[in-house]
Structure formats: structure tokens, C-alpha cells
Write a protein that binds this ligand. Structure first.
Ligand code: ZN
Length: 363
């Protein structure tokens, strides 16, 4: 993305070169709603409606549709819409050795809501790649730059039960090593941007400072692909919406992580903005990094107008260089209605186009 022109690297699938805009290339954070024939809509951890080979084929068809919708609605950096995973954290964890995913336990996620999660019962390791085949498939479906999201180490820790390590830091370090293995293979499969989802950075400040950022740095070690960290206030589900109501008139949580990330090797910081109470000037704290700015909400079924998106982007521009701004969604859109989520993609792209034209006129 540092260059507007991406050169093809997978000869079997990528034809020629594709241009993305110099300014304000759009992206989504990660998930999109799945089609109802694949998984029950509008809920998290939705069970699959298919099984075996039919499930794999269905997931690939859904991924194809997610790519097509992003492209035709004007999303420049394309994601898989997380169509092959049940959940952004647990699906990754379930693929690891040392984790018992049949005997689930109920834990409290980010001090907010209870969920049935897998249990660590032995030394964790990655017996085989988790998402690499899916990412290679995504690579064959588009000539645009692609982004792949992985859970961050600290958020993984918070989304499971540990009966083996007895130390969140030690387990995070093990996960970071595993994530680095996966990320290197995603990069080799042609992924241009590798994103780590760390909503836990908005909750556990002491641990983030003690070892969370270090674990994230371990996860991105040696990568040539661009790296991103996504920190948010969560999906638009009731537990998160209720929590937000307790946070007061200004949400200043990013003040804890941004100064540390500004000094880190992470290239892109993804944050929530539109419709939130995050003071926009906080992004000054990460000046120099690229910013994926949430310019459409995920907690509302109301589809933004392009002008509302444009206004959010304009408000950010005093604090981020225009060539480092990536208009995005606030968070994943998995729990939304499908037509609403797709409408938001269009609004995002249209709003970005308005501001792109305004900025181009300045040069
Ligand atoms: Zn999020």
C-alpha cells in the first residue's frame, strides 16, 4: 500500500497489476455477515449449517461472494470477510495442539460477557497451518491487495480457559510465537497486510504495558508484509453496548496504547471512531503510523450516508497525514444484517471518494 500499484506475485491467479487509490484506500476490519445457508445469521459463534466437503465448498462460495461485494462496492484492500471461521479468536485456538475444544469452559470475556471457550490442557503448538489455505484461496479471487486478520496474543489469552501454564504472560508468548509462524506463511501465500485483533488492549492496560505490546512485536517479527493492529470497543452486541454506556462522555482508552504503538514496529493502527465517543485528536498520539479509521458503525443498523462518512474522515485529517489514512469500519460486521453490512461498504467507499476528491484538488 506504500505504492499505489501492487505487482502480481501469484502467477496462476493474479493477472497483471491493479491500481488502488493513492489517497484514502478503503478496507474493512474483518468479518462480514455469512449467508443464511452457511451459518445462522446475526449471532456470534453461529453454528455451521453444512458439514464435511459441502461445508468447505460453502465457505469458499461465501468468501467469493464477500470478495465480489467488496470489489463492486469499492473496497480497495480486500478481506475474506472471515467466511471460513466461526469466530475471530476461537477458530484459531481450536486448531492448536494443547487445546481441548470439546471440553469447553465458560469464562468472562474482557470482563464483560460469558462465553463457552476451549481449554488449554498442555503445551500449545501449531500442528499445521490454520488459515494459510484460505488465504491462498482469497489470493486467487482478487487482484487487489489483500488483508488477513489474526487474533492478537493478549486477546487469545482472554478468550480461553488455561489449566496448564498458570501464567497469562507465558501463554501469550507461546501464542505470539505460533502467530508469527502463521503470519510468515500467510505472507508467503500473498497476503499484503497482516492484522492482529487486540480489543484486549482497550481493557487490560497494565498487562498490555507489561507484556502485551512485546508479545505483539514477537508476533510480527521478521515480516515483510505490512502489519496492523486493530483495537476496538467490540462488536455491536448488547454486552459491549452496555459496557460503552459506562465509559463516560469521552472514551480515552486509546491514550494508553497509542504512545506505545507509536514507538512500535507496527505499520497500521485500526481504531473505532464514527459514532463513538473517542476524541478524534487522540490519533495525534500515533502520528507517523498509517491509520485505519472506523468511519462506519457496527453497533447500528442505520446505514451511514456517504456525507456522514466523509465528515468523520475530514475530522481526522488535522491529526493524520492524508496519505496515511485508510477509511474503514469500526469493527467486524459479522452480527449485522447482511443488507445493512453491504450498504455500509458502499457508504464507506462513497464517503472516501468524496474526501479523496477534495484532497486531490489540494495538490
Ligand atoms: Zn473490533
Amino acid at each position: 500500500m506504500s505504492s499505489p500499484t501492487i505487482t502480481a506475485t501469484a502467477p496462476s491467479a493474479r493477472v497483471g497489476r491493479i491500481s488502488v487509490p493513492d489517497l484514502l484506500p478503503t478496507a474493512i476490519v474483518g468479518s462480514l455477515p455469512k449467508p443464511a445457508w452457511l451459518a445462522k445469521p446475526e449471532i456470534l459463534w453461529s453454528p455451521w449449517e453444512l458439514e464435511g466437503d459441502t461445508l468447505v465448498e460453502g465457505q469458499q462460495d461465501a468468501l467469493r461472494a464477500a470478495v465480489q461485494e467488496q470489489e463492486r462496492r469499492g473496497i480497495d484492500i480486500v478481506s475474506d470477510g472471515e467466511q471460513t471461521r466461526q469466530h475471530f479468536v476461537t477458530t484459531f485456538i481450536e486448531h492448536l495442539e494443547g487445546v481441548d475444544f470439546e471440553n469447553r469452559e465458560t469464562v468472562r470475556i474482557r470482563n464483560r460477557y460469558d462465553a463457552s471457550v476451549p481449554t488449554v490442557v498442555g503445551a500449545v503448538s501449531r500442528r499445521k497451518p490454520v488459515f494459510v489455505d484460505d488465504a491462498a484461496f482469497l489470493r486467487t479471487q482478487t487482484d487487489r491487495p489483500i488483508k488477513w486478520a489474526l487474533p492478537g496474543p493478549m486477546t487469545m489469552i482472554d478468550t480461553l480457559s488455561d489449566r496448564y501454564y498458570g501464567s497469562r504472560e507465558k501463554l501469550a508468548w507461546e501464542f505470539a510465537t505460533i502467530l508469527n509462524q502463521e503470519a510468515r506463511e500467510l505472507e508467503a501465500a500473498g497476503v499484503d497486510v497482516i492484522q492482529f485483533d487486540e480489543p484486549a488492549f482497550n481493557v487490560f492496560f497494565d498487562e498490555m504495558k507489561d507484556w502485551g505490546i512485546a508479545a505483539l512485536e514477537r508476533a510480527v517479527e521478521g515480516l515483510a508484509a505490512e502489519t496492523a493492529v486493530h483495537i476496538c470497543y467490540g462488536y455491536g452486541i448488547k454486552a459491549n453496548n452496555d459496557w460503552k454506556e459506562t465509559l463516560g462522555s469521552e472514551w480515552r482508552q486509546y491514550e494508553e496504547s497509542f504512545p506505545l504503538l507509536q514507538r512500535s514496529s507496527i505499520d497500521i493502527v485500526s481504531l473505532e471512531s464514527h459514532g463513538s465517543r473517542v476524541p478524534i485528536d487522540l490519533i495525534e498520539l500515533i502520528r507517523g503510523k498509517k491509520i485505519m479509521l472506523g468511519a462506519v458503525e457496527v453497533a447500528s443498523d442505520q446505514v451511514e450516508t456517504p456525507e456522514e462518512v466523509a465528515e468523520t474522515l475530514r475530522r481526522a485529517l488535522p491529526f493524520v497525514d492524508a496519505d496515511k489514512l485508510i477509511p474503514s469500519s469500526n469493527c467486524g460486521m459479522a452480527p449485522l444484517r447482511r443488507d445493512v453490512a453491504l450498504g455500509k461498504l458502499t457508504a464507506l467507499a462513497e464517503g472516501a471518494r468524496i474526501v479523496r476528491e477534495e484532497q486531490s484538488a489540494l495538490f
